[in-house]
Design a binder for this molecule. Structure first.
Ligand code: GTR
Length: 427
């Protein structure tokens, strides 16, 4: 009996273990211990940051380095030449409303990496290069689109019966299973393009997944790599993929590469924030229900905590991050500083009221506490200091809403992102 219990525990994936913590976490505001956030507006040598120049030349680079050293790890400096190959073009996609392209991105010097397949939808008849949302998917291009001629991903996928993943592979029935999170017709209809890739093209999302992906290929020790403090984790690698899509989009005549909005949900929302922090080509940064390790304030013990996330998903982060599992106070950053790295670019943080695990209030607070940097640039953040009512979007350069419903991406979320992107990209 005992033995089988032990065996069951050993077979629990990080995902199952995190799921099991959901009922045990703290959801009581009165039980959050008082905390002090690390100073955003003071440099390491104790100087107050009071000008854009101070921020740009001193504090911003410091904060970026801190996130590399302590949270997400360092993206390698070189990966050689990036190659783009157009695999397919369909000019009458979505009933003629869009052109769909499939582009294979590979690395000329690292053939060991199988590459990533980007699916791009561009509105037809727009008359000018399109602004574009860029984001990773959980299920692959065939899951984002309901169009039957999108090739089924052949890559490893996390087990999921409801999504018809069999033996870690997608099946015909998996088609379209993420389409509600990507309302392509609505986005296209409003004059925006969408570029997406399956995050598992970079590496499988499991503890040992890196051995079979980009991180092993780019490391000189390959699958024998011992990840040290400050080396990149999976979130860093997935974010790298988003920047390679930006590389491609800069070569794509149908796209206005000065108008790219990076977007992600949940673990991929953590990824979009980190991509936006490192790569300023993303002119808008959007976090949908990104929670712990994303927009949520690390020091608030509400919902998922550093201790839980570093135990269930250690591979997402750099090794050092785990050392803060029971001591968030010792971490030299908190997530308001990640939001501030987007400045002065517009950033949008979205929560869902039923997604307490992600700590909606903690997500709101990170945006609020990033405002001093936006103020340096003469930009207004939220314009409010308390979390707004449900389904009441607020904000100018920093947008926020908490919507009705659960952890998900809905049409309501997209309506707000489209409004936000239109407002800022037309400036
Ligand atoms: C959960 C994890 C969250 C969030 C989520 C997701 O299990 O604890 O941090 O990332 O997965 O990505 O759906």
């Amino acid at each position: 009996m005992r033995k089988s219990l032990l065996l069951t525990l050993m077979l629990l994936t990080g995902e199952d273990w995190a799921e099991a913590q959901k009922s045990k976490a703290n959801y009581d505001e009165t039980k959050i211990a008082p905390y002090t956030l690390p100073e955003l507006m003071v440099t390491a040598d104790g100087t107050k940051v009071s000008t854009v120049e101070d921020w740009k030349s001193k504090r911003r680079p410091e904060v970026l380095e801190l996130f590399k050293d302590h949270v997400y790890g360092r993206t390698p400096a070189d990966w050689g030449q990036v190659k783009f190959e157009t695999l397919a073009v369909k000019k009458d996609a979505l009933g003629g409303k869009a052109t769909r392209k499939l582009i294979q991105i590979t690395l000329a010097d690292h053939p060991g990496w199988k590459g990533m397949e980007v699916m791009l939808y561009v509105p037809n008849g727009l008359g000018h290069p399109a602004p574009c949302f860029v984001g990773p998917s959980f299920g692959g291009n065939h899951a984002v689109s309901t169009e039957k001629d999108v090739p089924l991903s052949t890559r490893w996928m996390r087990p999921n019966k409801e999504k018809f993943i069999v033996d870690n592979r997608a099946t015909e029935k998996s088609r379209g299973n993420e389409s509600s999170r990507w309302p392509l017709e609505m986005i296209i209809g409003q004059g925006f393009a969408v570029a997406t890739y399956y995050y598992g093209d970079i590496e499988p999302d499991q503890a040992e997944g890196w051995k079979d992906g980009l991180r092993a290929v780019l490391s000189k020790d390959g699958a024998n790599t011992e990840w040290k403090d400050g080396d990149w984790g999976a979130i860093g690698a997935w974010a790298w993929g988003l920047s390679r899509i930006a590389d491609y989009l800069e070569t794509e005549g149908d796209i206005d590469a000065k108008k790219l909005a990076v977007i992600g949900h949940s673990r991929l929302g953590k990824t979009s924030l980190w991509a936006g922090a490192q790569d300023i080509r993303f002119g808008i940064v959007i976090s949908n229900n990104s929670g712990e390790g994303g927009a949520a304030t690390m020091r608030r013990n509400f919902g998922e905590t550093t201790a839980i996330i570093t135990k269930s998903f250690p591979h997402w982060f750099t090794k050092t991050y785990s050392s803060y599992s029971d001591n968030a106070a010792a971490c030299p950053v908190d997530q308001h500083m990640l939001i501030a790295l987007a400045a002065p670019r517009p950033v949008y943080i979205a929560s869902a009221v039923g997604d307490e695990w992600a700590d909606p209030k903690g997500e709101f607070l990170s945006g609020l506490n990033a405002e001093p940097v936006y103020e340096l640039y003469g930009k207004q953040g939220y314009g409010v200091s308390a979390q707004p009512a449900i389904d009441t979007p607020v904000g100018d350069a920093i947008g926020y809403h908490v919507r009705t419903g659960k952890h998900d991406v809905t049409d309501y979320d997209w309506e707000q992102y489209l409004k936000f992107a239109k407002r800022h990209f037309s400036k």
